[in-house]
Design a protein around this ligand. Sequence first.
Ligand SMILES: [Zn+2]
Length: 121
Amino acid sequence: MKIRRTFSFDAAHKLECYRGKCERLHGHTYSFSLTVEGKPDPEGMVMDFVELKKISEEAVLSRLDHAYLNDLIPQPTAENIAVWIWKSVDEEIDRRSGRLCEVEVWETRDASAIVSRGDIE
Ligand SMILES: [Zn+2]
């Protein structure tokens, strides 16, 4: 079974070697979701949503919210941000009952990038 929780943050970026709006410094309200797979425990949960929120706040939101993404992530496209988020939360989720199976990052409401385990390993 899978569970998913979605979060959002505001950040600035610019894309080098790219011709279009995103080559100039600007901001987005990004959203991302973490999808965790596992077997429900005796309490009926794959993973406590509260715990997932805590991991996300500590590993991602505290670093990316109101940040200049280029300081942390080279060429911060939605794809590269998704990989960065994956690497930031994977171990912490692995220590709990579930296993991370998908990270999706929305740069706008209708444009997103999805990374799954096969893209990382
Ligand atoms: Zn942009």
